[in-house]
Write a protein of this length. Structure first.
Lengths: 279, 302
């Protein structure tokens, strides 16, 4: 780029100003959210933006108990963990199959999962709801676990496949010469090599389970089995008069994901964008 | 027949490989594709979700375009929503991506990227509800505008005025979405051959010409991909609208998705909801297949 003419200094300053403004704009709602968790309802109603008069974390203790967030956290973590296991097994096996083996219909499967990745939820939510309701699965964790795992497998499988295509096969070949079966190679050579991408998939799947609203709000309607995001949605309805609690509930629900993201931003960004583009 | 097909060992091994792919395929097929086919089938029935469906032929589809007064509104709103998301975030992102890639200080560049992307990883349901509070006419940002003497802004009912409610929600959805698009553009920019820039600038091209003649063609496969993705994604949008306005006030922010949801789970007209699902999915899947074709063409051309 050295030969490219330099921008005029005024334009340069302007561009930096825009970038800083955009960063502030993206963070602004979250900053307001956080500060308001330290204030009282009266303060917030008086002026929605402002520093707390007496900063206190009291809202957190109260909201955590009144919103029974302990239960909601347990539900979301349990659902996320189950979905991660199913997705990693299903997508890991399938990715190995299409990336490493000359199976019949390989391109069909790749195409199928690409379609699966963009398949509209509204295409199957209605009959699935009434089927699950007949089977007694509505209002059980199993219902959303089954659905999440199925709908996240295509993305995960394509992401793992892209990773496998990019790593050399030598170790796997060596494993085969040593007499490992195809499945043995998969289990003892390929999967350990793929740990970084499997961790990425697990992380993304967990966050999706945590954030998901449409299915969770439709299939889980009793308080003791709600996930964090739908528990929050219900909480807002119940406590609409106490803004301090609403903001605190929002922070409790978003907090874990914000912390995860700040610690593992690279994994998030690369995982979420690569899977889509390279397919 | 099968025996001769599997006669030699390598052929057998080839078919055995299917055991790796089939669990995921069958599982996905049963949970996603089978009910989808049922949606198609039931779109020809009048059904409340519980009782026996009554076959009504094409009545649901006829109703969609004749007696249903909400569907045209939902279609119109979905179109406006979609037009917004294939233009605004893409235009913002492409410029910002160019500027962010130009930031020399790598930590600062990383900071911008991380910050812009952050809202995308957050739950739309939760973030949407928080924004609803900001928009609230009694104790939201109205109070701030009033104290600053900006009565014009203070009087706006962001979610209550049918004329602007849809844009207020789109604004929030855009907040969470554009950072993702921008990161896609940054990765596309990194793949442009730097010698192209040098060659063009030796020929005397200025920054604007470089942008139009090197950058834009260089990211064109990404633009195609993002336009297709934005189209599909915005036609299916649900979360932000549902938590912020539920399609209201009146029908001002009704989208195809919210109208389907209301028919299926509020009015218990599952058969009719399925017919709208078919309309929506046909549009989305058509975009998917057109995109696949275009992508192949673009890749061949590059």
């Amino acid at each position: 780029m050295s030969t490219v003419k330099k921008r005029s200094p005024i334009l340069n300053v302007l561009i930096h100003a825009v970038l800083i403004f955009l960063a502030a704009f993206q963070l602004f709602p979250l900053v307001v959210l956080f500060i308001n968790t330290l204030r009282t309802d009266v303060e917030i109603k008086h002026m929605p933006i402002g520093l707390p008069e007496h900063a206190s974390f009291l809202n957190y203790a109260e909201t955590w108990v009144k919103g029974s967030y302990a239960v909601a956290f347990r539900n979301s973590i349990f659902i996320g963990a189950c979905v991660i296991v199913i997705v990693l097994v299903g997508a890991g096996l399938a990715a190995y199959g299409v990336a490493r083996l000359k199976i019949p219909g390989r391109n069909f499967f790749i195409g199928y999962f690409m379609l699966g990745m963009s398949f509209p939820a509204f295409m199957y939510i209605v009959p699935l709801y009434y089927n699950f309701s007949e089977m007694g699965l509505v209002n059980t964790h199993a219902s959303v676990i089954i659905i999440y795992a199925a709908s996240y497998i295509p993305f995960s499988m394509l992401l793992i496949r892209t990773f496998l295509v990019g790593i050399p096969r030598e170790l796997e070949e060596a494993g085969k010469i040593d007499g490992c079966s195809e499945f043995g190679v998969f289990l003892h050579v390929t999967m350990p090599l793929s740990l970084p991408i499997l961790a990425t998939v697990a992380l993304i799947v967990f966050v999706w389970c945590w954030n998901e609203f449409l299915w969770a709000n439709t299939f889980l309607t009793t308080d003791d089995i709600r996930t964090v995001s739908t528990r929050f949605y219900k909480f807002v309805g119940e406590w609409s008069r106490d803004l301090a609690k609403i903001y605190t509930a929002g922070m409790i629900a978003l907090g874990p994901i914000i912390v995860l993201y700040l610690c593992l931003q690279k994994t998030f960004i690369e995982g979420l964008t690569q899977g889509g583009v390279k397919g | 027949m099968k025996k001769s097909f599997l006669k030699d060992k390598s052929e057998l091994k080839r078919w055995a490989g299917l055991f790796f792919v089939l669990p995921a395929f069958i599982y996905h097929f049963i949970v996603v594709i089978v009910p989808s086919l049922k949606t198609l089938y039931l779109s020809f029935f009048d059904w409340n979700g519980i009782g026996n469906p009554t076959f009504v032929g094409l009545d649901n589809f006829v109703e969609m375009f004749t007696t249903d007064e909400v569907l045209p509104v939902a279609l119109k709103n979905t179109t406006i929503w979609t037009l917004w998301f294939v233009t605004v975030p893409i235009v913002i992102s492409i410029f910002v991506a160019v500027w962010v890639s130009g930031v020399k200080h790598s930590k600062l560049q990383m900071f911008y990227r991380t910050t812009y992307f952050l809202p995308y990883v957050l739950s739309a349901a939760i973030a949407g509800k928080i924004w609803s509070n900001f928009y609230n006419p009694y104790y939201g940002f109205t109070t701030i505008f009033k104290s600053m003497g900006l009565d014009g802004l203070a009087d706006i009912m962001w979610l209550g005025d049918p004329k602007i409610a849809l844009f207020s929600v789109a604004f929030v959805s855009n907040w969470s979405w554009w950072g993702f698009v921008m990161v896609l553009f940054i990765s596309a920019l990194q793949q442009i051959d730097p010698t192209l820039y040098e060659a063009a600038s030796i020929d005397g091209a200025g920054r604007a010409r470089l942008f139009w003649h090197v950058t834009v063609p260089g990211v064109s496969p990404t633009i195609v991909f993002i336009v297709a993705m934005s189209l599909m994604w915005s036609i299916l949008s649900f979360d932000f609208v549902w938590v912020m306005t539920m399609g209201g006030p009146g029908q001002a922010t009704e989208l195809l998705s919210t109208w389907i949801y209301k028919n299926a789970f509020v009015n218990y007209r599952a058969g009719y909801a399925n017919a709208i699902c078919i309309l929506q999915s046909v549009i989305v899947l058509a975009i998917f297949f057109v995109n696949q074709l275009v992508r192949k063409k673009v890749e061949e051309a590059v």
